[in-house]
Design a protein around this ligand. Structure first.
Ligand code: PLP
Length: 422
């Protein structure tokens, strides 16, 4: 009773107290922005455009799933490994493509992001894990790995992906156990590892005994040039952990991705997933399975690549035409983004403030920094825009950059809720 007596319970003693959330969650700096300026043309996201979603097919297939005999099973609690029919389908498909071997298993995740999070939790829990990451790199990877206590070892990316000499040096260091690579159309640079570099990475990994994690969520968005084997296919040891997702090739809002990896890895990830969210939503998985099996996914992907090619051509032409002299940029053959470096002394964070006043949005290079700040660079996410909007947007960006170089300034903007930035 002594403790209860310490609380003042007299009528009128309850007063609204301001809680200091920073002391409740001391290490949680929010990076999801509460608002943004009204934007007309946004290069800020790496996501497919809603207007290209095959809505008729989606509605029909969702209805088929809802009417199917298995709907009760879909609505029931399931396995952390994922909805069994989709798991079987993806495993068979991966085996057929020579990606999954007999020793491999497959786990369905809430998008590739959750696979990164689960890996980060396992590695962070296991002690002193140093993780090699590309620099610049997908910001969502940095956030989860740093948040889980892993040390990051950033390795620069050149026009052909992660640099070999720097990677070799990083792997010579003590305690480096994991290498995370996005070999095709890397986010944010759009660069792709050529075959020789792929082989060299796999060989280096085998020599050093590190673990290779291959983030392969963009490889199917190839608009020109020849497809390349995944690192997992090239790795004769079969140890590579491969991450894939339906987010870039179908519907990102359904949040379905998967991991193909040796069975002991998948078992640990499934255990971690169980305690994170029990399992991924069955309905999304069942609909995506119908989408894939019906041939709609293949048709949609064909259309996506046709439109992607037009967007890519538009963004490359617009950069050539409108960016100030001294700018340079990557020349991807697919994917959703390219990396622009503007002439010094331009600072892309300052440029962003000015671009927003013109209704243009993008993510500055510092957002993708693992160590180097990339203050003079920015990511142009072209995946969600029409070629016309891309051309217009880059034209405005070029004008604002020229003005900034000339030292002129403009004014402000208001706030609207922002979407998740990927
Ligand atoms: C490199 C990379 N990894 C992971 C993700 C997250 O993907 P998902 O939507 O499948 O969770 C993204 C999203 O843009 C990405 O670019």
């Amino acid at each position: 009773m002594a403790a209860l007596n310490a609380v003042d319970r007299r009528p009128g003693s309850f007063r609204k107290k301001a809680l200091h959330w920073d002391s409740v969650f001391p290490s949680q700096e929010p990076s999801v922005l509460p608002g943004g300026s009204p934007v007309e043309i946004s290069f800020a996201s790496s996501r497919p455009p809603e207007r290209s979603f095959p809505l008729e097919a989606f509605r029909r297939l969702a209805e088929e799933v809802a009417q199917s005999e298995s709907v009760a099973e879909i609505l029931q609690l399931g396995s952390p490994y994922g909805y069994r029919p989709l798991r079987r389908y993806l495993l068979a498909e991966s085996q057929e493509a020579g990606i999954a071997r007999a020793e491999d298993d497959l786990l369905i995740t809430n998008g590739c992001q959750q696979a990164l999070d689960l890996l980060a939790r396992l590695l962070g829990n296991s002690g002193e894990a140093t993780v090699v990451v590309e620099d610049p790199v997908y910001h969502g990877l940095v956030r989860v790995f740093e948040g889980s206590g892993c040390a990051l070892s950033p390795v620069p990316v050149d026009e052909n992906g992660i640099e070999m000499a720097a990677l070799e040096k990083a792997l010579a260091g003590q305690g480096t156990r994991v290498v995370m690579v996005t070999p095709s159309f890397q986010n944010p640079t759009g660069t792709t590892l050529p075959l020789e570099r792929r082989k060299a990475i796999v060989e280096l990994i085998q020599l050093t005994g590190a673990v290779l994690v291959e983030n392969d969520i963009y490889s199917e968005l190839r608009y020109q040039g020849n497809s390349l084997p995944t690192l997992k296919q090239l790795d004769a040891t079969g140890n590579t952990i491969l991450l894939r997702s339906y987010s870039k090739i179908a519907f990102p809002g359904l949040r379905v991705g998967w991991v193909v990896a040796p069975r002991p890895v998948v078992a640990r990830l499934a255990e971690a997933k169980q305690w994170a969210d029990l399992h991924s939503d069955h309905l999304s998985q069942a609909i995506l399975l119908r989408f894939a099996q019906s041939g709609e996914l293949a048709r949609h992907l064909q259309r996506t690549c046709r439109e992607g090619k037009e967007r890519l051509e538009a963004v490359l032409q617009a950069c050539e035409r409108y960016l100030p002299p001294g700018s340079h940029w990557t020349r991807p053959e697919g994917g959703m983004s390219l990396w622009v470096t503007l002439p010094t002394p331009l600072d892309t964070e300052a440029l962003l403030k000015r671009a927003r006043e013109w209704g243009i949005d993008f993510l500055p290079g510092s957002y993708f920094s693992a160590r180097q700040m990339h203050r003079g660079s920015l990511r142009l996410g072209f995946g969600g825009l029409t070629p016309e909007a891309i051309t217009r947007g880059v034209e405005i960006l070029g004008t604002v950059a020229e003005e900034e170089l000339a030292g002129r300034a403009t004014a402000s903007a208001s706030l609207e809720p922002a979407v998740a930035l990927v």
